[in-house]
Ligand binder design. Structure first.
Ligand SMILES: N=C(N)NC/C=C/[C@H]1O[C@@H](n2cnc3c(N)ncnc32)[C@H](O)[C@@H]1O
Length: 410
């Protein structure tokens, strides 16, 4: 209470509105892009108490940015996709080296080409976001498509052209520099292949570009690779991480640093932990596919789950990963799957850990039911908020309910 009390007396902070907000309900405050609001209190992560021209009400925090001074000349206000930053990062080798070094990922795409090589003969392929062109080069080297359009928006495209020539594939592979949503393809494609998956499957939201390109360039009856995707979730223990970030403050060098634990919770447990490697023994139940994307239809961004706890343990949070499937071009042919979970070869995505604020003791037979909602950030189009709701029904004591929202990253 003390912190909250001080918070209310603190002088209001100035924020700028990044987009319009229409109030729904008398206690909300509507505003327009560019409005300067005075934030008086932040009772929760999502809703703040703010003032605009003498009127006070609740406003959505994700619509506001504080560094008003910087925003005068900051172009990022106009560019919600932050394309300069996003494609700039793919113009250097760092991310491409990381993805090419991921053997599980890259070998899976090669296996898809090899196991469909006969059916790829004389086909038109579009490789969306080809990067260094690895998938296009596999197509030209391991099959005989009539043409592969390798589409890449970043400055890597000019180097990709060089790699195509260096490997004698210029007869088959045509590199087109530009955003897939904007450029003109000479013809419709029979196959749209892409490696678009971000952390937690959807982060970066490149999937949006893939679906737009599908609607524009994939001919009727054409094939999407991946053909489907699933986000998988499991309740888990995370003793090491919890000890390292939270328990540490209990008795460092014989002193009591526990007053810092609320800060530690805010700093370390608010955002998901990327590049987490979960040990299968830390899973408290069988994992469950919570969101399934059929790449041919409109995608679901919300999912239910029901976990049955199989052993006593400490429920520190949820771990998420994904799988993608590549259907065969031949009717009845085998589907190839890429699994980024803890029981498969590690990938550069690893897994994503969502830490609860407080760990909960659970026992065999307990059930953890709830849902997960992935909400696009209304302002930063490549970012999202993951909201988890859970109900624990335990034989030992009454049911516990919880919810928490995790920004990724804004
Ligand atoms: N798999 C992960 N994590 N990252 C995806 C891989 C991203 C690659 O695809 C390119 N890319 C992303 N979106 C588009 C687009 N709309 N048009 C053309 N190229 C694009 C990026 O510049 C990277 O080279």
């Amino acid at each position: 209470m003390q912190a909250e009390k001080e918070e209310e007396e603190a002088s209001p902070e100035e924020y700028v509105a990044l987009c319009d907000f229409t109030a729904s309900g008398s206690e909300q405050l509507g505003f327009s892009t560019g409005d300067k609001l005075l934030v008086h209190a932040k009772p929760s992560a999502d809703w703040w108490w703010a003032e605009l021209q003498g009127v006070i009400g609740y406003v959505p925090a994700s619509y506001l940015r504080q560094d008003a001074a910087e925003d005068e000349d900051d172009t990022s206000l106009e560019d919600p996709w932050q394309d300069d930053e996003y494609f700039g990062s793919y113009g250097t080798l760092r991310l491409h080296l990381e993805m090419l070094s991921d053997r599980s990922r890259t070998e899976t795409y090669r296996q898809v080409i090899v196991s469909n090589s006969a059916s790829l003969r004389n086909k038109v392929v579009m490789d969306l976001g080809c990067g260094t062109g690895i998938i296009s080069l596999f197509c030209a080297q391991l099959a005989q498509p009539s043409v592969v359009y390798a589409v890449e928006a970043s400055s890597m495209a000019e180097h990709t052209r060089q790699l195509v020539k260096q490997n004698g594939c210029e007869e088959v592979v045509t590199v087109l520099q530009g955003r897939a949503e904007e450029l003109e393809l000479p013809e419709q494609a029979d196959i749209l292949v892409s490696e678009w998956m971000g952390n937690c499957l959807l982060f970066e939201f490149m999937v949006e570009s893939v679906l737009l390109a599908r609607d524009r360039w994939l001919r009727d009856g054409g094939v999407m690779w991946p053909s489907s995707a699933a986000l998988t979730l499991v309740p888990c223990q995370a003793d090491n991480y919890y000890s390292e970030k939270m328990a540490f403050w209990e008795r460092p060098y014989g002193l009591d640093f526990t007053p810092l634990q609320p800060l530690a919770q805010q700093e370390f447990f608010t955002k998901p932990k990327f590049s987490h490697l979960i040990d299968p023994k830390d899973c408290l139940s069988a994992p469950c596919d919570v969101i399934c994307l059929n790449m041919y239809t409109v995608q679901e961004m919300e999912g239910e789950f029901k976990f049955c706890v199989v052993k006593p343990g400490v429920f520190h949070g949820f771990t998420a990963w994904f799988t993608v499937q590549f259907e065969s071009l031949e009717a009845g042919g085998a589907t190839v799957e890429l699994d980024t979970g803890p029981n498969s070869d590690p990938t550069h995505w690893k897994q994503t850990l969502f830490m609860l604020d407080k760990p909960i003791h659970v026992y065999g037979g307990d059930s953890i039911r709830g849902n997960i909602v992935l909400r696009r950030n209304p302002v930063w189009r490549r970012h999202m908020t993951v909201t988890l709701h859970w109900n624990i029904n335990s034989s030992s004591d009454n049911c516990q309910v919880g919810t928490k929202s995790f920004p990724m990253w804004r």
